[in-house]
Design a protein around this ligand. Structure first.
Ligand SMILES: Cc1cc2nc3c(=O)[nH]c(=O)nc-3n(C[C@H](O)[C@H](O)[C@H](O)COP(=O)(O)OP(=O)(O)OC[C@H]3O[C@@H](n4cnc5c(N)ncnc54)[C@H](O)[C@@H]3O)c2cc1C
Length: 470
C-alpha cells in the first residue's frame, strides 16, 4: 500500500446519526475525513488525524421518477447498486467511472467522469439537487437554481465543505442492455488522437489504451474503443439484455477464478513482463480492429477493471509497495505534444507506466474543477520503495510540462503534487471564493483529509485539535 492511515472509523446508518456525529466533532474540533468506498487512488479518503466517517451505510435508493428518468438516492449508494436498480427499468447512470464500487457522493465530491465526458460532462452535470450536511449538523439543499454558488463549490469539493447525504440524479433511458463497440488500432499517439477526435461528434463513448513501452515512430501506439447506445427496437432481445443477469462479468479468465487472476498477473508485474503484456495487447488489438463492431454489455464495457478483483494486489501488498496513478488534463491544442513528451520522459527515466488510458474531456464551471476542453492521459506507475524518490522526481518533471501547457490535475488520482499546486492552475478568484466558503461553512476547519493537509495551505481559522485530544 503506497498511501494509507490508521484511524477511528464511524459508520452512521442514517442522516440523523451522521448529523449528530458531525455536530459533535464540530463542537469539539475533531478532524473529520469523509469516506465513500475508498476508491480514490491517493490520500483523499484517509486521514492521520481525527476520525473517518465511512458513509457506505447511508445508502437507500429513495425513489425513481421513470417519466423524467430522475433517481433520488442517499450519498452512500454505489454505482453498482444504482445500475442494478435502474437497468431493468430501462435506464442507466448517465456517467459511470471505470469501476462500479464508488458511491454517488464520493463521485460528486470528486466530479467523476466516464468514457463519455466529451459528450455529457461529468457527474456534477447529472446532479439536479443535493443535500449537504454541514459540520454544525445543519442541512443545506442546493441545485443550479437554489443557491447556485454553493452548488458550484460542492461539486468537486473533495469533502472539504460538508457531507453530501442525498442526491437527485438525471439518468439515461436505454433500449438494450448492450452497447455496440468498434475497435481501431493506432500505430502511434497522434493517430489515436485523430481517430478519437473523428468520433467526438457521433460516438457515445470513447476511450484509448496506450502502450507506454512503444518508442520512436510507435510512441503512444494503442487501441481506441468507440461505443454507441442501441436505438429503440434495435435489440430484438432487449427484455433479456436489460436484466442484471445479462451483465454479469465472467467468473473466470483464461481458466483462473477471477478473484485469483491478480496472482499470475503479479508474476508479470515488472518491466519485462509488462512490456510483453502491452505488446500482446497491441497485437491482439490489431486483430480486434479487423472484426466487425460487436455487442458488449454495459457493465462489461464500462467496468473493465472490475473483471479482475483486487488487480492492484499484483503491484505488491506490502507497506510502501503498490501503484500510483498520474492523470494530467491538457488543453486540446497542446495535448499531443505534452503527452508525447511525458511518454518520452518516462522512458528516459526508466519508469514506464504499465497502463495508459486516454480520454477526451469538456470543460465545466465548478470552483475546483480539473475539467477543460482537452484530453487526459492516466498513467499507472508501479511504486518500489527503493525508487520512490526518483518516481516522485519524474512526476515533478511531468507536472512542469503539464502546467506550462495550461494543464490541470485531478485529485481523485493524485498522490504526488505538493502544497500550492492548486494555485498554479486554478483561477485565484475561484480559489479565494472556495476558501471563503470553507471558512463560513466549516469555521473550525474540521473537514480535512491527508490530501487536504498536503495540498491546501493553512487557512486562517483556528486549527483543529489532533486525535490525542479526542
Ligand atoms: C479501478 C478504478 C477506476 C476508476 N475509474 C475512474 C474513471 O473512469 N473516472 C473517474 O473520474 N474516476 C475514476 N476512478 C476514481 C473514483 O471514481 C473516484 O476516486 C471516486 O471519487 C471514488 O468514490 P468513493 O465513493 O470511493 O470515494 P472515496 O474515494 O472514499 O472519497 C473520494 C472523495 O470524496 C469525499 N467524500 C466521500 N463521501 C463523501 C460525502 N458523502 N460527502 C462529501 N464528500 C465525500 C472524500 O472525502 C474524498 O475526498 C477510478 C478508481 C478506480 C479504483
Amino acid at each position: 500500500m503506497v498511501s494509507g492511515a490508521y484511524a477511528r472509523v464511524l459508520e452512521p446508518r442514517s442522516r440523523e446519526e451522521l448529523q449528530a456525529v458531525m455536530a459533535t466533532c464540530h463542537e469539539q474540533r475533531i478532524p473529520i475525513c469523509l469516506r465513500g468506498s475508498g476508491r480514490s487512488y491517493g490520500d483523499a479518503n484517509h486521514s492521520t488525524q481525527g476520525i473517518v466517517i465511512d458513509l457506505r451505510g447511508v445508502n437507500r435508493i429513495l425513489g425513481f421518477d421513470a417519466e423524467r428518468g430522475q433517481v433520488e438516492v442517499e450519498g452512500g449508494v454505489s454505482f453498482e447498486q444504482l445500475w442494478k436498480y435502474l437497468l431493468p427499468l430501462g435506464h442507466w447512470p448517465s456517467v459511470v467511472p471505470g469501476t462500479m464500487a464508488p458511491t454517488m457522493a464520493g463521485a460528486a465530491a470528486m466530479n467523476v467522469h466516464g468514457k463519455n465526458n466529451f459528450k455529457v460532462g461529468a457527474t456534477g452535470d447529472q446532479i439536479l439537487e443535493l443535500d449537504l450536511v454541514l459540520p454544525s449538523g445543519e442541512v443545506r439543499t442546493t441545485s443550479r437554481q437554489q443557491d447556485p454558488e454553493l452548488f458550484r463549490a460542492v461539486i468537486g469539493s473533495m469533502g472539504f465543505l460538508g457531507c453530501i447525504s442525498r442526491l437527485v440524479i438525471q439518468t439515461k433511458p436505454v433500449y438494450s442492455g448492450q452497447v455496440r463497440v468498434a475497435a481501431k488500432s493506432a500505430p502511434n499517439l497522434r493517430t489515436m488522437m485523430e481517430d478519437m477526435a473523428a468520433h467526438v461528434g457521433d460516438a457515445d463513448y470513447l476511450v484509448g489504451w496506450v502502450d507506454g513501452f512503444a518508442k520512436g515512430p510507435a510512441l503512444g501506439r494503442g487501441l481506441t474503443h468507440i461505443a454507441y447506445h442501441l436505438k429503440p427496437g434495435e435489440d430484438p432481445n432487449a427484455q433479456a439484455t436489460l436484466q442484471v443477469s445479462h451483465q454479469e462479468l465472467p467468473a473466470s479468465i483464461l481458466g483462473f477464478p477471477k478473484s485469483e487472476v491478480w496472482r499470475p498477473l503479479r508474476l508479470l508485474n515488472h518491466d519485462r513482463g509488462m512490456r510483453l503484456l502491452n505488446s500482446v495487447k497491441h497485437f491482439m488489438g490489431k486483430r480486434e480492429a479487423k472484426r466487425k463492431p460487436y455487442l458488449q454489455s454495459h457493465a462489461g464495457f464500462n467496468f473493465l477493471l472490475d473483471y479482475v478483483p483486487n488487480w492492484k494486489f499484483a503491484y505488491g501488498r506490502q507497506t510502501g509497495r503498490g501503484l500510483i496513478q498520474y492523470q494530467p488534463f491538457v488543453p486540446k491544442e497542446r495535448a499531443a505534444e505534452v503527452f508525447e513528451r511525458i511518454l518520452e520522459l518516462c522512458q528516459e527515466r526508466g519508469f514506464v507506466a504499465y497502463l495508459g488510458v486516454l480520454k477526451r474531456h469538456r470543460p465545466d464551471d465548478y470552483l475546483l474543477t480539473h475539467a477543460l476542453d482537452g484530453w487526459s492521459l492516466a498513467l499507472d506507475f508501479k511504486v518500489d520503495p527503493k525508487r520512490r524518490g526518483q518516481l516522485w522526481d519524474l512526476c515533478d518533471a511531468m507536472t512542469e510540462v503539464v502546467l506550462e501547457a495550461g494543464g490541470r490535475f485531478y485529485f481523485a488520482k493524485d498522490l504526488v503534487l505538493g502544497a500550492g499546486a492548486f494555485q498554479r492552475f486554478l483561477p485565484a478568484d475561484d480559489l479565494a471564493k472556495f476558501r471563503a466558503l470553507k471558512r463560513t461553512l466549516d469555521p473550525h476547519g474540521v473537514l480535512q483529509s491527508d490530501l487536504y493537509r498536503r495540498i491546501f495551505e493553512p487557512l486562517d481559522h483556528p486549527g483543529p485539535l489532533p486525535l490525542t485530544d479526542f
